[in-house]
Design a protein around this ligand. Sequence first.
Ligand code: NAD
Length: 360
Amino acid sequence: MGHIVVLPGDGIGPEIVAQAVRVLDVVNARFGLGLTHSEALIGGAAIDATGDPLPETTLTQAKAADAVLLGAVGGPAWDGLPMSQRPEKGLLRIRAGMELFANFRPAILYPELAHASTLKPEVVSGLDILIVRELIGGIYFGEPRGIEGAPGQRVGFNTDRYSEPEIERIGRIAFDAARARGGRLCSVDKANVLEVTVLWREVMTRLAADYPDVTLSHMYVDNAAMQLVRAPKQFDVVVTGNLFGDILSDAAAMLTGSIGMLPSASLNSAKQGLYEPCHGSAPDIAGTDTANPLATILSVAMMLMHTFNHREAATAIETAVQHVLATGFRTRDIATAAVDERIVGCQAMGDAVVTSLEGQ
Ligand code: NAD
């Protein structure tokens, strides 16, 4: 049992979400999950309809649901709006409104897509890392912030701040994740320069005593960026703050070669979650039926795992995705010139996953 609010959003959002919902419906029926879903507005679509990128009704429905499935927001039509009214603000507000403090971004390299990475295959093949990013604190939300002063002499400023409870709650969720995987957690900070991360390191070190089965290490963010592209397989789970996590998770995403393959989960302490692909609304290909829906489909698998605790249903989706890739189905973003590949559109990729699920 459970309810999911579906927020297609803008650009390719509605196309990829439609395929993910089909997949959800298939596993829902097959495993008798009893899940229901309803649609609401966010982003540019919500601005056009209501003037607000996150209408109150959307937030109310999202908070009352067990999970939210989101496509993507934004596009050139809304780029001229003031910062506070842009589609992306809807995303920041729903994350904060649902108190989604933990962002999980796995970077997994499917063997069939090893060529898609810009790194040498031996550096990335078999890559399976998880970046856990604190999502509603740190410099993106810290006060005071602003631009002040007389023209020509203005000063721009932001505040990076984390309290001990904020560090502890993201730390515990990351230790738990490491415990369920390879047992290694790397905490990334800049404790040689920033006091906020001196405190971060102290709290992580204190928590380690509660997780004797997890090996904790610390790394400065500049070194972490370097190590991610030098030898990414040294990592199992990485935990870091909002700003560093934003940058490192995009770098990790590119190790895998296609942003169209990467799901994400953002959770709160009640395990309510917002599940979305890592990519944006891709306005350059919107409406052409060429978008890759797999990141959104894999986000449904993460939802079944983290919010609904149904590992079997999640695995069924992951297996179906592996199967369609092994069978040669490719959307344009993950295609090469290989003869055994079959280039398909967004809808046909959804068909292939559904067919594979039904054949399991
Ligand atoms: P983007 O991720 O939308 O696109 C980057 C490139 O990747 C484009 O060439 C696009 O065609 C391609 N791409 C992305 N997803 C794809 C998919 N599923 N299949 C195939 N190709 C795919 O990033 P951008 O161009 O920097 O941003 C476009 C808009 O999206 C902007 O308005 C931005 O603010 C917004 N955005 C939203 C989110 C979000 O909703 N979470 C995240 C990032 C960017």
